[in-house]
Design a protein around this ligand. Sequence first.
Ligand SMILES: [Mn+2]
Length: 338
Amino acid sequence: MNSADIATLKSLFATPQSIVIVPHKNPDGDAIGSTLGLAKFLEALGQQPKVIVPNDYPKFLKWIPGNEAILNFERENSQAKRLIEEANIIFTLDFNHLSRTGQMESFLKVAKADFIMIDHHQQPDDYAMITYSDVGMSSTCEMVYNFIDSLDGTDKITREIATCLYVGIMTDTGSFKYSSTTSQTHKVVANLIDKGAENMQIHQQVFDTNSPARLHLLGVALNNLVILEDFKTAYITMSQEELDKYDYNKGDTEGFVNYGLTLEGITFAVIFIENKEEGIIKISFRSVGDFSVNEFARAHFNGGGHTNAAGGRSEVGMKETTSKFISLLHGYKNQLNP
Ligand SMILES: [Mn+2]
């Protein structure tokens, strides 16, 4: 953000505004942590922001401070629509294209509010009055910390705000191991711990609350793993039938894709998950090194994200989707074997 943006924000928050904060559809730890952390900071400035999520999110995020006040656009639809209509400021966090909000998109597009984007995904759209975009950042939560810092507000960071922001930095960096984790990230995290974030407890609440069904589902996923050595690629498929058999709950397959990357020599990992209700195959892509899964997902699977982590979708069945995927790999053989 430049100094003009900071001045604009300071004068905006000096008087009460109608503020709505929105993360992307299928919100993850960074999306929930950043929206709740920002909401609590704005409350400390005397505002009364409302967080509206496009749809539900996993149980392992439902303990985060402020969780109980979140509105779900699917469940509290009329109230959420009214708040969007009446808002004069709408923050969009952890995404940079309104289509990432699913059903909410059409309502956001006609909203009279000024938008403020805080996000670290590549190729931001230009719908916002203030765009704070930095693709080098570990997480939107780290950016919310910087946002607070630019407004000279770090003294207002409570234990609750620190907890929210810690969650998103921890989850988006794979517990501080991805290449986007910088010394600055660690400095921010150190400050959050000083402000009261209990790192060990947060880690346990996010990662050590598996249900037996989820571990069985992981067993199925690992059994379905296919290794394509020529392309340094590993992929997993999960059919709707398999998900149903193990009583699938939202978020249960979170992180499964990363197991492919734990294989020696594998640099590209993918998971294909069938969603019968939406009639799609949901795809997550991960890589290590220079191979851009953002570009791959954009070019072939209607998606995008970051260089090493992206999402996409396919509207044909599992068999056709994986055949298409395998045939595409031939065009990337050199990139995958540098
Ligand atoms: Mn993120």
